[in-house]
Design a protein around this ligand. Structure first.
Ligand SMILES: [Zn+2]
Length: 317
């Protein structure tokens, strides 16, 4: 079976991990005019005309508090001018300091850049750009929260092009984290799809179930446990099938998509997690989306891909 077409799982660059330990890597790349720099604030990226703005090092030299990350190497972006040599350039991200600031902290002034700021979820761009931005935002989200050593509390130093944080007090190294979460399209014996609404969601908005994998647990176990907890149904263990994965850096998830068949249909909601849950036929989904009574997850999400895989094609708009 064909795997899911996942927007954030596309990438067209080489992370070039072997370069991260090169002495002076970032300083050297920031002196190289061909280096392409994207600028990240939180989960937004600098764009121009709906495309990622790849800036030259000189364009970002004036930006204040920031972390520089080495994203890798790739083909030069078309708008970046004529490529030199083999056409491969290095990509950096400059992460501005408002990423992850504590609630109530003074706002950081708008950076002096002639760009727009586009959220990752609404970025509609070629694979090279999306792949670089997903990597940059995910890594930036880690830096935003893992500022101090988990062993001794000392502030850590950024090393290896942003891929290690080092504790100067106890010499420990800390590596970027990503949190696995399962997300599952569950069907009943009549091939109806289970769609649920979280308590904070707008009326009419529905999605498939999802939840974090707990320590000590396998993925299929997490699928079955979360489903049982949230809606009180059991799954046929043999039906739990992995469909694909993509990063979801809001702030640090790796979404692992599954589908599974329920052995029961009576839903018992976990009320603090699930406000509504019910089974939908394909006709019911098509009709409810068309008349505006059902809102589905955004096109960038794995949830949307799982729902449309069940549906058999794109839904609505
Ligand atoms: Zn330490």
């Amino acid at each position: 079976m064909r795997s899911l077409d996942l927007p954030f799982a596309r990438a067209a660059h080489d992370r070039a991990a072997h370069r991260r330990a090169e002495p002076g890597l970032l300083d050297d790349l920031l002196k190289e005019p061909a280096t392409r720099v994207l600028v990240v604030r939180g989960t937004r990226v600098a764009t121009a005309d709906q495309r990622v703005a790849f800036l030259a090092p000189d364009d970002v030299a004036h930006l204040g508090a920031r972390t520089v990350l080495f994203l890798g190497e790739g083909a030069d972006a078309p708008e970046g001018g004529a490529p030199e040599g083999d056409g491969t350039v290095a990509y950096l991200a400059v992460v501005l300091a408002d990423t992850g600031r504590a609630p109530g902290a003074d706002p950081v002034p708008e950076p002096d850049l002639d760009v727009e700021w586009t959220g990752l979820r609404s970025l509609d761009a070629p694979d090279l750009e999306v792949g670089l931005v997903v990597e940059a935002v995910a890594l930036a989200q880690w830096h935003a929260v893992y500022t101090h050593c988990p062993l001794c509390g000392t502030r850590t130093e950024v090393r290896q092009g942003g891929w290690v944080r080092h504790c100067p007090a106890d010499e420990s190294n800390h590596f970027p984290r990503t949190d696995p979460a399962v997300i599952m399209a569950i069907t009943d014996a009549d091939d109806r799809l289970l769609l649920a609404r979280g308590p904070q969601w707008d009326p009419g908005r529905r999605s498939v179930l999802a939840g974090f994998v707990e320590p000590g647990e396998g993925l299929e176990q997490a699928v079955a446990r979360e489903t049982g907890e949230e809606v009180g149904i059991t799954l046929d263990p043999a039906s739990i099938e992995y469909r694909g994965s993509q990063s979801w850096p809001f702030p640090a998830s790796l979404m692992l998509g599954f589908r599974a068949r329920a052995t029961s249909t009576e839903l018992v909601r976990q009320e603090d997690e699930i406000a509504e849950a019910s089974w939908f036929t394909r006709d019911e989904v098509a009709t409810a989306v068309a008349d505006g009574h059902l809102g589905l997850p955004g096109r960038a999400s794995i949830a949307r891909s799982l729902i449309e895989e069940w549906f058999g094609g794109p839904i609505g708009d």
